[in-house]
Design a protein around this ligand. Sequence first.
Ligand code: HEM
Length: 391
Amino acid sequence: MSGLPRLPFPRNDVLEISPEFGQLRATEPISRVRTEIGDEAWLVSGWEEIRRIFADDRFGRSHPAPESAPRLSHSAFAGGPTGDHATEHEVHDSMRRLLAPAFSARRMRRLSAHVEHLVDQLLDRMAGQGPPADLHACLSVPLPIQVICELLGVPYADRERFRAIAEEMTDLSDPKRSAAAQAEMNAYSYAIVRAKRERPGEDVYTDLATAELPEQEIARIAGGLLFAGHETTVNQIDHGVLLLLRDPAQRDALARDPGRAGAAVEEILRMAAPSQHGLVRYAHEDVEIGGVTIRAGELVVLATFAANRDERAYPDPDRFDIGRESENPHVGFGYAGRYCLGASLARVELRAVFQALFPRFPALRLAVPRERLEARAHRLTGGFAALPVTW
Ligand code: HEM
């Protein structure tokens, strides 16, 4: 068994994914691998197969024996089992019921004008600073943070603090550090939620303050929202910009017709893979699926970024093309019961960015060679430390 392919698969270019995912998928869309910490797992890289597993209730995020469960990485956050095995589905259902109205597509669409205004302000500031300027610091980081702070009711003045905690949560090298950071994020968030009982606002943390869930679950949901509400969007903005800059014809097409931003965003969500980490699931019983038998308790790694490049779902899947004719049913936000709760919000933010950026800076380009960008390979969510651009 020592000959199993071992994660993480290397890649030379952060805009591509490792060719090993495609090679495995060609013969085994659900294949046996070893994780970076040496545990065995099933890697799912096929589009059809990943959707089936996403939609199958026999898989979950919890494990009956979390201490001895196989792990994808040392990261406390998303590297292994989460939640209580006995109550996972129940707690998850309550979480969705509680939060779904606040993040509904209709409510998020009402935010569009405000988010567009924030983007304009940030781009004005970037124009005032450069050229050159760091697009990551001027736009990708502050936009999602400002929006999620307003929605949750978290003080924007605390951004440096929770951003630093979020950074530590994604640390892949030191399990103690990421676990401590996750506990700190939950405690920080829960303190704000608790304060809403005295001083309620029109925000999601105020809704959480009155939720009938155990304190620990509320803290976990509050911390999870603050983390998920910004970290992934930051990286999608950076990667989207890079994908478009790599392809000046498509950048120009978008600059000429910002109405194509919606389609461009879907293509970015399909192709951008800031991290090749994957999502964790555990089989809660023996499951026969896609020609293999996954035993109860085994680890399943959902490689959404690989499934999004499955040639059975997309013609010429490695080509970035904002003009894809067909629907774009990527799994960049997951699928089925755990489909990203913030998908509509993320879309509002990404569309606002990609409809404004290139008309405003039609000659935008990287200020350093792409190979010199500092990729955060040791972080669960990947991404960059900076994105120097000029125009
Ligand atoms: C472009 C940015 C984003 C991407 C690519 C993304 C991606 C994802 C993915 C793939 C999942 C599924 C996880 C799984 O099945 O294990 C997920 C879940 C989730 N996302 Fe996002 N997300 C983004 C932005 C956001 C934002 C802005 C929020 C704001 C609140 C958010 C909140 C959540 C939550 C709460 C879940 C858990 C849903 C559940 O377990 O039912 N995400 N996201």
